[in-house]
Design a protein around this ligand. Structure first.
Ligand code: IMP
Ligand code: MG
Length: 181
């Protein structure tokens, strides 16, 4: 059974994604100008984006991960997040870049930012591959955005529905019937 049958249409092609990531990496390389960086990937959606991005970065770099989930079973982000896996790296006085797959309501990142700022990094920036501004409930400042997309449910390139479709090399809109049935 092929996963392609669940897709409405391709939103971002593989080459488009790679070209954009290359441009983002160039900007980040300029901005940090060789300063050491700790990259924190938010599991699990950011993994593929982060792997492609960091291989284009040229400063001394280390990376770590965090896994978070919203409290409760609601599919709507509740704003209270539970940390399921925390970083093992000491980020005090270090430059930190959070890598997200997509910003939707902004609640997850808003909470994460507060938690990480409590650890007193030298600086804290955010990069997201995708941004759905129409859905924003909390105005969280994002430093680097790959693509601004319309309010549609997308999968692929790390993004999932029910933990599937992450392995698609491009980003596609999921058919409505797949997540409403
Ligand atoms: P929020 O910004 O707190 O609402 O949550 C963002 C999270 O919701 C992301 O990290 C994704 O896990 C998930 N999410 C939001 N929109 C999509 C989508 O279109 N496809 C897949 N996951 C999504
Ligand atoms: Mg996520």
């Amino acid at each position: 059974m092929q996963i392609q049958k669940d897709l409405e249409r391709t939103l971002l092609k593989e080459e488009e994604i790679h070209t954009r990531i290359h441009a983002l990496a160039e900007k980040i390389n300029k901005d940090y100008d060789g300063a050491p960086l700790i990259v924190i990937g938010i599991l699990r959606g950011s993994v593929i984006f982060m792997a492609d991005l960091i291989r284009k970065l040229n400063m001394p770099l280390s990376y770590d991960f965090m896994a978070v989930s919203s409290y409760g079973d609601s599919s709507v982000s509740s704003g209270t997040i539970r940390i399921n896996y925390d970083i093992k790296t000491d980020i005090k006085d270090k430059h930190v870049l959070i890598v997200e797959d997509i910003i939707d309501t902004g609640r997850t990142l808003d909470r994460l930012k507060t938690i990480l700022l409590g650890k007193e990094p030298a600086s804290l920036k955010i990069i997201t591959l995708l941004d759905k501004p129409e859905r924003r409930e909390i105005d969280v400042a994002v430093d680097y955005v790959g693509f601004t997309i319309p309010d549609e449910f997308v999968v692929g390139y790390g993004l999932d529905y029910a933990n599937r479709y992450r392995n698609l090399p491009y980003i596609a809109v999921l058919k409505h019937e797949v997540y409403t049935q």
